[in-house]
Design a protein around this ligand. Structure first.
Ligand code: L3W
Ligand code: SF4
Length: 429
């Protein structure tokens, strides 16, 4: 095997050992080991014992929801695509770029065949003959590992023409992004794959109806597709894993002020408090202050007993958990997130392009001690209006963290107007 750059030494732990069964080890599991630990048996079962329709029904019954943030029911998305004629395409969204999100990376780098097997079974169910993995440019090792693992799968007859002697043929191409977060938005990703500038399209039409090259296309996240071999293996038992309606394993990337940052696997009835405990609790005995959940928003101590599922009361999303302690400044953390969204806005919609710039500038006024009460009102105005005039998830979610912080940590904004930073981060001489 060739040399792979930049594979981080990440903690990984699991209370259920499904998605992280092999990836808990800090190394790549190649095809021989994958097979001897049960790998590709779900594909063999699918191709010899199940029809494509059987698999679609299993995925519908599993209640699997998209793990890329939006939580859309996977079976329903597949049905939309199946209602359209062939050729259909399958795309794996591996453009993982949300702040604090590194859960897909661990599957790609350590257990690539789990994703590949999931894609082959999904393609069989969807009647797709070609699939793509769109991987972010900043995952060079993941790109090389996927290419090598795909070659291994081709040699063993799991990919290519007449897979395992059946009349089903399917292959996967890996495509590298070039560092733009917006290309994780499914229609921008499709534009980028088509060789164009990665700008989102207006939806509808959704990709399931009109996607890559105008053909019906299913775009699913890495973690979503990696659930498919587990669903096919466990069938109805999958419905005993986790809370009713939100079955199956979920990965949670945890970073910030916890003792053991890393990727943790659990059922979705786990609460935020339990998740932090799973990561060893707060670092250096510091007091918990907040969680920044990527694009989803900000949680405070009052949210600690909320479950991490996709129910109306749950947190859902990608599972991203960036933990802040008493010595972290909310305004400072908002600026980090604000810089990200301002930088990554593609500029197509004025409210997002200008609004993310304005959000960032006003936040900086609080850090510099030049903000007034009027700026709180202006922040609220922006939080309300940026999503209204935006056409994609980036614009919808860019103000989430500021909006939540204004509700849950409002006192910190007023203290900064008085040039006081409760964490002692701002206004240092
Ligand atoms: C056919 C319909 N398909 C909806 C499909 C749609 C898409 C999925 C979800 O993502 C989230 C946001 C952030 N016919 C359909 C249909 N679909 N109605 O369902 O759609 P939607 O619009 O709810 O969400 P979205 O815009 O695709 C937005 C998160 O993504 N996000 C960041 C993600 C970052 C990562 C990462 O780093 N790993 O995933 C940014 O916006 O949380 O909730 O497939 O086609 N009638
Ligand atoms: Fe681009 Fe923002 Fe509009 Fe999305 S909402 S298309 S990122 S300008």
């Amino acid at each position: 095997m060739r040399y792979y750059p930049n594979i981080p030494d990440l903690n990984a732990n699991s209370s259920i050992n499904l998605l992280l069964k092999r990836a808990k080890e800090n190394r790549t599991v190649w095809i021989e080991e994958y097979e001897t630990t049960g790998g590709y048996s779900a594909l063999k079962k699918a191709l010899t014992k199940l029809t494509p329709e059987d698999i679609v029904i299993m995925v519908e019954e599993s209640t699997l929801r998209g793990r890329g943030g939006a939580g859309f029911p996977t079976g329903r998305k597949w049905r939309f695509a199946l209602a359209n004629p062939k050729p259909r395409y399958l795309i794996c969204n591996a453009d993982e770029s949300e702040p604090g999100t590194f859960k897909d990376r661990i599957i790609i780098e350590r257990d690539p065949h789990l994703l590949i097997e999931g894609m082959i079974i999904s393609a069989y169910a969807l009647g797709a003959e070609l699939g793509f993995i769109y991987i972010r440019g900043e995952y060079p090792a993941g790109y090389m590992i996927l290419e090598d693992a795909i070659e291994e799968a081709r040699k063993k007859g799991y990919l290519g023409k007449n897979i395992l002697g059946t009349d089903f043929s399917f292959d996967i191409l890996v495509y590298r992004g070039a560092g733009a977060y917006i290309c994780g938005e499914e229609t921008a990703l499709i534009e980028s794959l088509e060789g164009k500038r990665g700008h989102p399209r207006l939806r509808p039409p959704y990709p399931a109806n009109e996607g890559l090259f105008g053909r019906p296309t299913v775009v699913n996240n890495v973690e979503t597709l990696s659930n498919i071999p587990i669903i096919v293996t466990y069938e109805s038992y999958y419905m005993s894993i986790g809370p009713a309606g939100y079955y199956g394993p979920k990965l949670f990337p945890i970073s910030g002020k916890v003792k053991n940052p890393g990727v943790y696997e659990s059922t979705m009835d786990i609460t935020l408090r339990e998740l932090i405990d799973m990561a060893g609790g707060m670092k250096d005995g510091k007091k918990f202050k907040a969680v920044f959940a990527g694009a989803l928003g900000v949680y405070s101590e009052r949210d600690l007993d909320t479950p991490m599922d996709y129910s109306p009361k749950g947190f859902g999303g990608t599972g991203t958990t960036i933990v802040l302690a008493e010595d972290d400044c909310i305004i400072d953390a908002l600026i980090v997130i604000g810089e990200f969204f301002h930088h990554e806005s593609c500029g197509k919609c004025t409210p997002c392009r200008v609004g993310t710039y304005e959000l960032l500038n006003i936040l900086k006024k609080f850090q510099e001690g030049t903000a007034t009460e009027k700026d709180i009102k202006y922040l609220e105005h922006l939080c309300e209006n940026i999503p209204v005039g935006s056409i994609c998830g980036l614009g919808y979610s860019a103000p989430n963290a500021v909006r939540d912080a204004l509700k849950k940590f409002r006192d910190e904004f007023y203290l900064h107007i008085e040039k006081k930073c409760p964490a002692g981060v701002c206004f240092k001489e």
